[in-house]
Design a binder for this molecule. Structure first.
Ligand code: ADP
Ligand code: MG
Length: 240
């Protein structure tokens, strides 16, 4: 579903991604772990072209999205993204947050978009929050709205950038549970996370990134119980 070949990203003289190669299968949950500053967010942001790669190719369902001629809006429809800091529109109700892009970008009728939004709110356990404003919700609820908002575009892939890092501990589970269900339903997901429990339980595969490179990759069991690379071992030693 996603094919990354020889991906490089520089910010000025800083080489943030160095020759990233990676394949993500349809329905797969790929977890990306690694120290702060290792390039995890930049990698995700290249996949939906929030960042322009310096070099290399990314294909999504066979379409070369790194081609400057590719329609960025079309890519963003295929690829949903959830950020650490929810990024909801504060002055819009929950329901409007979810229906805005489907109406504007996909051209759905407001009624259709709203039906879909109510369905999605139900799915993330927030059926009664459609008319609330984001500020009236807890962090965990806001993040679930952000997930519903991304799903409203019916993406083929969902990217999550540390979706629980800004949450109080008691809210982490409700967000991870929604993600777990999404994975069960067959969504293709790339998840940058420090939640090693989630990576072990839900991840089909784990990538360890350090200093802009994929240092090690494998099934969760191997990465967590039997890491081969000293840098992976050192990182896991610090956090587990
Ligand atoms: P991670 O998500 O693993 O913490 P990032 O991808 O956010 O890492 O950042 C990797 C490196 O790129 C860091 O050194 C960061 O400071 C740098 N960086 C990220 N975005 C920019 C930017 N827009 N301009 C300059 N440097 C950036
Ligand atoms: Mg990051």
């Amino acid at each position: 579903m996603i094919k990354v070949r020889g991906l490089y990203k520089n910010f000025g003289a800083l080489e943030v991604l160095k020759n990233i190669n990676c394949d993500i299968e349809k329905g797969e949950v790929l977890c990306v772990i690694g120290p702060s500053g290792s390039g995890k967010s930049t990698f995700l942001r290249c996949i939906n072209r929030l960042e322009e790669p310096t070099k290399g190719e990314i294909f999504i369902e066979g379409v070369l999205i790194t081609d400057p001629k590719t329609d960025i809006n079309a890519i963003r429809q295929k690829v949903g993204m959830v950020f650490q800091h929810f990024n909801l529109f504060p002055h819009k109700k929950v329901i409007e947050n979810i229906t805005l892009a489907p109406i504007k970008v996909k051209g759905l009728l407001p009624k259709t978009a709203e039906d879909i939004a109510r369905d999605l709110l139900n799915r993330v356990g927030l059926a009664d929050k459609g008319d609330s404003f984001p500020s009236q919700l807890s962090g965990g609820q806001q993040q679930r709205v952000a997930i519903a908002r991304a799903l409203a575009m019916s993406p083929d892939v969902m990217l999550f950038d540390e979706p629980t890092s800004a949450l109080d501990p008691e809210m982490i589970k409700e967000v991870l549970d929604v993600m777990k269900q999404l994975a069960k339903d067959g969504m293709t997901m790339v998840v940058v996370t420090h939640e090693m429990g989630f990576a072990r339980e839900v991840g089909d595969r784990v990538i360890f990134m350090d200093r802009g490179e994929i240092v090690e990759e494998g099934i969760p069991e191997d990465i967590f119980l039997n890491p081969q690379n000293p840098r992976t071992r050192e990182f896991l030693g610090k956090i587990l």
